[in-house]
Ligand binder design. Structure first.
Ligand code: UD1
Length: 421
C-alpha cells in the first residue's frame, strides 16, 4: 500500500498535458470484441485499463501494450467475464453487450455494489432484452443468450445511463435491422465510442444527442483509433489551481466538452483563457467566491468533478451549495475534508460549504476515485502536511497525477503507507 504526502501551500506554475480518457478507453477496448481487431492510441496507463486488458485476455483475445498504445486481437474467444476481474472494475459489465452480439451468448459476473452507491445494471439488461436477449441471473452472474442474431428495437431508457447506452449501442451495431435508443446519454465518451465503431464500419447516427440510431451490420473491419483527452483529468487541473493558486497552461485540454465546468470555475473567479481549442491558461489572482453546482447528466456539471469542485470551494469566500443528483452516496470526501478544517453541512444529497480562510493538513483516507483527487486538491492548498491513504483508488483513473503536479511545483510524494489496509 502507498500514500501521498503533500506539503501544502505551493502555488502551481508551468505546463501540463492531459492524458487520454479513461472513460472513453474502456468501452472502446471492449468494442474490440465486436471488431475482432483494434489498435488504440492515446490510452492512459491506469489500473482500469490494465484490468480491461486482463479481462480481454481472459476472454481469449491477445493484448499487446506499448507506451500509450493497446492492440487487441481475437484468438480463441470465451464469452465469459469472471467475478475475480469484474469485482475490480464495474465497467466490466460493458463486455456483456459486445459478447452477446458477437457470440450469441455471454456469462458476465454482476459488478455488485460500490462505494458511491448501488449502481445497478437493470437498464443495461432491460435494453439488451429488448434486442431479443434471453437473460437470467444465476449465482451472481448475468447469463445471456440469443437465438440467432440480436434484433434491432426501439428502446427508451428510464434514465440516460452512460454505461447502459454504451452497452446497448455496442450490441445494436451487430444486430439485425435498426435500433433507436431514446433518452440516451450524451456524454462525449459515447461520441468517441461511436466514432471508433464507425471507423470499423458501423452505422450510427445521433451520438451526442438523446436519440441514437443504429443500423446493424454483419461484421466489422479491424480498426485503429486515437482516444479523446480525459475531460475529468483536465477539470481536475482547474480545481488544483483553484485550491493551490498560481498560473498554468493545460495542453490537450478538451475545452469543448468542459463548458459547464469552465463556466462554474469562472463564476467562482478563476481566470481561464482559451489559448486554442486544445489549450487553456488557468490563473488564480484572488480568493475565489463561493459558487453553487448541481451535478447533472452531460452537458450538465459532471458528477465526476463534484468532489474536486467541493475541495476548491472549501476555501472560497462565502457559501457554496453543492447538490449531487446522479449517485446517492457520493459525499464521503466531505467527511474527510471536515477533518482538514472545512466547514461543511451535509443534508441529504446537498452539501453546504462555508468557505474558511485555510484548510489544515491532516491524515485522510480516499474512498473512491474522484474523492481521492479531491483530497489531493485540498492538500495542495492546505497548511502543513496532508497524508492521503488508499491512493489505489486514484491510480484507477489518473495517470501519474503526482508526477504531473510535481512538475508544476507541488510538493507531493508517493511513499509506502504504514497502514496495512
Ligand atoms: C459512468 C462513468 C462514471 C460516471 C458516471 C456518471 C465510466 C466507466 N464511468 O459510470 O465515471 O460517474 O458514468 O456520469 O464511463 N443506473 C441505474 N441502472 C442502470 C444503470 C445506471 O439505476 O442500469 C443509475 C446508477 O445507479 C447511477 C446513475 O444511474 O445512479 C448513473 O449511472 P451511469 O450513467 O450508468 O454511470 P456508469 O456508466 O456506471
Amino acid at each position: 500500500m502507498e500514500k501521498f504526502v503533500i506539503k501544502g501551500g505551493r502555488e502551481l506554475y508551468g505546463r501540463v498535458k492531459v492524458s487520454g480518457s479513461k472513460n472513453a478507453s474502456l468501452p472502446i477496448l471492449f468494442a474490440s470484441i465486436l471488431t475482432g481487431e483494434l489498435h488504440l492510441s492515446n490510452v492512459p496507463a491506469l489500473m482500469d485499463v490494465a484490468t480491461t486488458c486482463d479481462l480481454l485476455e481472459h476472454m481469449g483475445f491477445s493484448v499487446e501494450r506499448g507506451e500509450g498504445r493497446v492492440s487487441v486481437k481475437e484468438e480463441n474467444p470465451v464469452p465469459e467475464a469472471p467475478y475475480e476481474l469484474v469485482k475490480k472494475m464495474r465497467a466490466s459489465i460493458l463486455a456483456l453487450g459486445p459478447l452477446l452480439a458477437r457470440f450469441g451468448r455471454a456469462r458476465v459476473s454482476l459488478p455488485g455494489g460500490c462505494a458511491i452507491g448501488l449502481r445497478p445494471v437493470d437498464l443495461h439488461l432491460k435494453g439488451l432484452s429488448k434486442l431479443g436477449a434471453d437473460i437470467e441471473i444465476s449465482h451472481g452472474y448475468v447469463v445471456a443468450k440469443v437465438n440467432g442474431r440480436l434484433k434491432g428495437a426501439d428502446i427508451t431508457l428510464d434514465f440516460p445511463t452512460v454505461g447502459g447506452t454504451e452497452n446497448i449501442l455496442m450490441a445494436a451495431t451487430l444486430a439485425e435491422g435498426r435500433t433507436v435508443i431514446r433518452n440516451a446519454a450524451k456524454e462525449p465518451e459515447i461520441v468517441d465510442l461511436a466514432r471508433a465503431l464507425k471507423k470499423a464500419g458501423a452505422y450510427i447516427e445521433g451520438e451526442g444527442t438523446d436519440v441514437i440510431v443504429i443500423e446493424g451490420r454483419r461484421e466489422f473491419s479491424p480498426v485503429s483509433y486515437t482516444v479523446m483527452p480525459d475531460r475529468i483529468e483536465a477539470g481536475t487541473f482547474l480545481a488544483a489551481v483553484a485550491s493551490a493558486g498560481g498560473e498554468i497552461v493545460v495542453e490537450n485540454f478538451p475545452a469543448e466538452t468542459l463548458k459547464t465546468v469552465i463556466d462554474k470555475f469562472r463564476e467562482a473567479g478563476l481566470e481561464i483563457e482559451e489559448l486554442s481549442p486544445t489549450e487553456v491558461k488557468v490563473r488564480k489572482r484572488e480568493r475565489l467566491r463561493g459558487t453553487d453546482v448541481t451535478t447533472q447528466p452531460y452537458p450538465g456539471f459532471p458528477t465526476d468533478m463534484q468532489a474536486q469542485f467541493m475541495a476548491a470551494m472549501c476555501t472560497a469566500d462565502g457559501v457554496s451549495v453543492i447538490r449531487e443528483t446522479i449517485f446517492e452516496n457520493r459525499f464521503m470526501h466531505a467527511l474527510e475534508l471536515q477533518r482538514m478544517g472545512a466547514d461543511l453541512r451535509i443534508e441529504g444529497n446537498t452539501v453546504v460549504v462555508k468557505g474558511v480562510e485555510k484548510l489544515t493538513g491532516a491524515k485522510v483516507t480516499a474512498t473512491d476515485l474522484r474523492a481521492s483527487a479531491s483530497l489531493v486538491i485540498a492538500g495542495l492548498g492546505a497548511e502543513n502536511i496532508t497524508e492521503v491513504y488508499r491512493i489505489y483508488h486514484l491510480d484507477r483513473g489518473y495517470e501519474r497525477l503526482e508526477r504531473k503536479l510535481r512538475s508544476l511545483g507541488a510538493e507531493i510524494e508517493r511513499v509506502p503507507s504504514e497502514l496495512k489496509y
